[in-house]
Design a protein around this ligand. Structure first.
Ligand code: COS
Length: 394
């Protein structure tokens, strides 16, 4: 269940193995995050360091725009997140949000939009954010109310967004708004909004159990050039879903990184903690727990890298990404909880890795589509007309 073992799977090429080995070594040398320090300053520094070291090139597409390849390589993104998350959750956050925040531009931006934004994101000189959720439109994205009307060659945005990661520190926001070409999902468009645009403000910061930059955004007559629209008018929902197809799989990878770290911590504890004249690992109860944790991690890893590999083959992955996200995040929570239990009272003490992991994993079961949304997505794919029919018995 170590990532080094999983890299032998046929999902990967030699370049993936080399990249992961180098990143892991870089993390050991460079990642010493002070979790007591100011979270905004820490995230800015992490983006800068990841950019300078070249790791953010994997978060954007297009070699001419500073990307590592012409298309986003989902396996690489997942390996980066799996590795960073095992070392430090905030480093994973910093990497992931550069990718999610600029993902719509990588996937559907015009050449001009890509040239304007992606090189800065890849170098860590601009911080990106993805603004989709609203107070009354989280799981039900198509219910969004934040709207834009067109006047000449400008779009004028009015409304609110919430739960926006990097809100407050981002330089570039991809904002999804209702533009009214049709009702529901067919009347949404995506726009690039630069921090500092007149009429755009951070309405408030949100404190969460695993601190990271998170905010509510407000748009009041905020004017942006129509040239900042990503994709065609009314196509924003599909752009959002295509972006999530990539990044949902990578959330699964981050959950895996957390789970692998928890397993390592738990194993170390189990083999060194003595009680009743033996180690914790000598108890069959502990052995059963370790076996369950390892199996959960391997299952989640297979689902995650299956989805990543399948997308890199150019095939649809809506169902596979949803399966991976659901299984890996739910599984990681169980693994982390079991590891924490092995630490007894120490496990809930601030400063312990398992305590931090316990707080860090929780949001992953909610953002980029809660577990219940993933179940909905999987079931819809299974029940779609044209989905493979059940085979009759032998
Ligand atoms: N890729 C491309 N297109 C997609 C797509 C995907 N993965 N998923 C849906 N679409 C398309 C559909 O094909 C449909 O196109 P047509 O209008 O041409 O038929 C359109 O988008 C609308 O799809 P659908 O009818 O499924 O929309 P719903 O409003 O029913 O979508 C779910 C429901 C739950 C799937 C969607 O709202 C969702 O994913 N919600 C969770 C959002 C989320 O992750 N929020 C967190 C924000 S980031 S922290």
């Amino acid at each position: 269940m170590s990532l080094a073992d999983d890299l032998a799977w046929p999902f990967f090429d030699a370049r993936h193995r080399a990249m992961q080995r180098d990143l892991d070594a870089w993390c050991t040398r460079h990642l010493h995050v002070d979790h007591a320090a100011d979270v905004d300053a820490t995230c800015r520094a992490l983006v800068r360091d990841l950019g300078e070291a070249g790791w953010l090139r994997h978060a954007v597409a297009g070699v001419e725009h500073g990307g590592a390849g012409d298309a986003i390589d989902t396996r690489t993104i997942c390996l980066v997140r799996d590795t960073l998350a095992r070392h430090d959750g905030l480093a994973d956050f910093a990497f992931a949000m550069q990718g999610l925040g600029s993902g719509a531009i990588s996937l559907a931006g015009t050449p001009d939009q890509r040239a304007r934004v992606l090189p800065r994101v890849a170098r860590g000189e601009a911080i990106a954010a993805f603004a989709l959720s609203e107070p009354d439109a989280g799981s039900d994205v198509a219910a969004m109310q934040c709207a834009a009307r067109v006047e000449g060659d400008e779009a004028i945005l009015d409304g609110e967004k919430t739960w926006i990661s990097n809100g407050g520190i981002a330089d570039v926001y991809v904002v999804f708004v209702r533009t009214g070409e049709a009702g529901g999902a067919r009347g949404i468009s995506a726009f690039i909004v630069e921090a500092g645009a007149p009429g755009f403000e951070v309405a408030g910061r949100i404190d969460v159990i695993a601190p990271h930059p998170l905010a509510r955004l407000r748009f009041t007559g905020c004017r942006v050039p129509l040239a900042n629209r990503i994709g065609a008018a009314g196509e924003g929902f599909k752009v959002a879903m295509r972006t999530l197809d990539v990044f949902r799989t990578s959330v699964a990878a981050a959950a895996l990184g957390f789970a692998r770290r928890a397993f390592d911590e738990g194993l170390r504890r189990a083999t060194t903690r003595r009680m009743f004249g033996q180690t914790l690992a000598d108890f069959q109860l502990t052995q059963a727990k370790l076996a369950q944790m390892a199996t959960t991690i391997d299952g989640a890893s297979l689902l995650t890298y299956r989805a990543a590999w399948q997308r890199d083959q150019g095939r649809g992955v809506t169902k596979e990404a949803a399966m991976a996200k659901m299984a890996a995040t739910e599984g990681a929570q169980q693994v982390i909880d079991a590891a924490l239990q092995m630490f007894g009272g120490l496990g809930v003490t601030h400063g312990q890795a398992v305590e931090r992991l316990y707080r860090e994993i929780r949001a992953l079961l909610i953002y980029e589509g809660a577990t219940e949304v993933q179940q909905l997505v999987i079931a819809r794919e299974l029940l779609k007309p044209g989905a493979p029919a059940p085979q009759s018995g032998a």
